[in-house]
Design a protein around this ligand. Structure first.
Ligand code: NAD
Length: 508
């Protein structure tokens, strides 16, 4: 393993920067420094933490052009996406966490329901876990690093981020801005490196929030098991879009194209397969093809809609899936090849029909600008096909009958469903976002998105201060009989049992 990382611009193939890799010893030292500063950070108020977040938001906005330069240089994405996705997300997320964290982590009163426990008062508190390790992929280099750190910091933790080896620069810039905003030194640190650096973080942090592939997620969970530290896993997806015959076809086609091609399809909740009811199938396909043909692909410095793939390995995976589908009989209506007129990792936006679930483009995660569309007979078939997947992250349904769509949504095995929309659940920061099946474990956003970074503690207080409690020693046959009578009186559903228990208690 090399001791440096060369960050390459995937659009131009030029080396942007070379960075040293953090060794396991350096990771351990970073965690130790973070642990020290966390001890005082956890004593700060929510108001103070929120104040620093708002300051960070101002700096992100003030420096958005520099941020766009950095982010486009390591991803090849258009500048419009930096402002429209990453900056939009962070502004939204900072506002939501600054406003909601205190409420999410407020002490909770607990009322015991069993009459024999009502003499106890209980409440529950949320304490920070300590040092949170965040391990991130390359597709949203700021949202999935700094964005994921926001709730962890608001909960009173320190954070160490291990960004993807392909896109570490945005996270480094984000951490620099956090330091300028006034977050204490070493509270938020970046460790740059490959998988080994991530593994070292698992060996030292108090919790890992991992976003990435299913395979790496499993490895992280195995390693975390050795130390019994919690993990949250946000993994891959194969999100279906179902278009029913009463749908607004124009809106469905627009949402489909954007939901599939945004960030060149490199989003965990990208629409990756489309099921359309037969009566509107052809009209829908025609609209999608027309829209896809109008999408402008090119360099981030030009006025374009989509950029390139961030990784060549990912481009090759996308190409292999499309080639396999073609060999098995799929028809390519547009795209279907690497863009020959651009030097970087550009794959043309692609629409495929005559596809089925024997093809990897319908069963494996694609993570590229590909829209495979299948004709279906009815909603039941759509649900069966949507659930015929190892993944369960998101889904979309289009229908003018919103209550029928909501009933169908209940049947989809996924963590979220958008009705008459695509991808938007990710920007509703108050709503939990997580996956089922191979798509992961745990949640980001909403109350769960911050409580996962906390150790919940229950405090139980005695109300009456009696000198003796019933179960205390010495035990006796009489006490045992009385407990049995009491339980029968309170819990048995038969009246004769209750009566017998009452008489038994009266006898003593
Ligand atoms: P990846 O799993 O290859 O890498 C993710 C991160 O893990 C990288 O930082 C990598 O260096 C690190 N890593 C690699 N081996 C490790 C190890 N043994 N221990 C600890 N860390 C290790 O994923 P990727 O290719 O960077 O990202 C693409 C994947 O991310 C896709 O599958 C996509 O669906 C998924 N993703 C999921 C979500 C979500 O919210 N569900 C969001 C974005 C991306």
């Amino acid at each position: 393993m090399s001791a440096t990382i060369q960050v390459r611009n995937p659009a131009t193939l030029e080396i942007v920067q070379e960075l040293p890799v953090a060794s396991p010893i350096e990771v351990a030292a970073a965690v130790a420094r973070a642990r020290q500063v966390q001890a005082s950070w956890q004593l700060t108020s929510f108001t103070e933490r929120a104040r620093l977040l708002y300051r960070l938001r101002d700096l992100l906005l003030d420096e958005s052009d520099t941020l766009a330069d950095i982010l486009t240089s390591e991803t090849g994405r258009p500048r419009a996406e930096v402002y429209g996705n990453e900056l939009f997300y962070l502004c939204n997320a900072i506002g939501a966490w600054a406003k909601n964290s205190e409420g999410y982590l407020r002490q909770q009163k607990i009322a015991p329901s069993f009459p024999l426990v009502k003499a106890k008062k209980a409440y529950s508190t949320y304490a920070p876990r300590g040092v949170i390790g965040i391990i991130s992929p390359w597709n949203f280099p700021l949202t999935l690093t700094l964005g994921e750190a926001l709730p962890a910091l608001m909960a009173g933790n320190a954070v160490i981020i291990k960004p993807s080896e392909l896109t570490p620069l945005s996270a480094i810039f984000g951490a620099d801005l956090a330091a300028r905003a006034g977050f204490p030194q070493d509270l938020l640190q970046i460790v740059v490196g490959y998988g080994d650096t991530g593994a070292a973080l698992v060996d030292h942090a108090d919790m890992i929030a991992f976003t990435g592939s299913v395979e790496t997620g499993k490895r992280v969970m195995h390693r975390a098991a050795d130390r019994l530290i919690p993990v949250s896993l946000e993994l891959g997806g194969k999100d279906p879009l179902i278009v029913l015959k009463d749908a607004d076809i124009e809106r469905a086609a627009g949402a489909c194209v954007w939901g599939s091609l945004m960030n060149s399809g490199q989003a965990c909740t990208s629409i990756e397969r489309v099921y359309v009811e037969a009566p509107i199938y052809q009209a829908f396909v025609d609209k999608v093809v027309a829209r896809v043909k109008a999408v402008r692909q090119g360099k981030s410095t030009d006025d374009v809609d989509i950029g390139c793939m961030t990784s060549e390995a990912q481009l090759n995976k996308v190409a292999a899936q499309v080639d396999e589908a073609r060999a098995k009989g799929a028809k390519i209506l547009t795209g279907g090849r690497r863009n020959p007129s651009l030097p970087g990792f550009y794959y043309e936006p692609t629409v495929l029909v005559d596809v089925d679930h024997s093809m990897s483009v319908m069963s494996d995660e694609t993570f590229g600008p590909v829209i495979p569309i299948m004709r279906i007979k009815n909603p039941e078939e759509a649900i069966a096909l949507a659930n015929d997947s190892r993944y369960g992250l998101g889904a979309s349904i289009f229908s003018r009958d919103k209550s029928a769509a909501a009933k169908l949504a209940e049947k989809i095995e996924s963590g979220a469903v958008c009705i008459n929309d695509s991808l938007v659940n990710f920007i509703v920061l108050e709503a939990p976002m997580g996956g089922r099946k191979d798509s992961g474990y745990g949640y980001r956003h909403g109350a769960e998105g911050i409580r996962k970074y906390c150790q919940q503690k229950t405090i139980v207080v005695d109300r009456f201060g009696l000198k003796e409690e019933f179960p205390w020693y010495p035990a006796s046959e009489k006490k045992a009989r009385q407990v049995r009578h009491l339980l029968n009186l309170l819990c048995h559903s038969g009246w004769t049992h209750k009566l017998r228990a009452f008489k038994g208690l009266m006898r003593g």
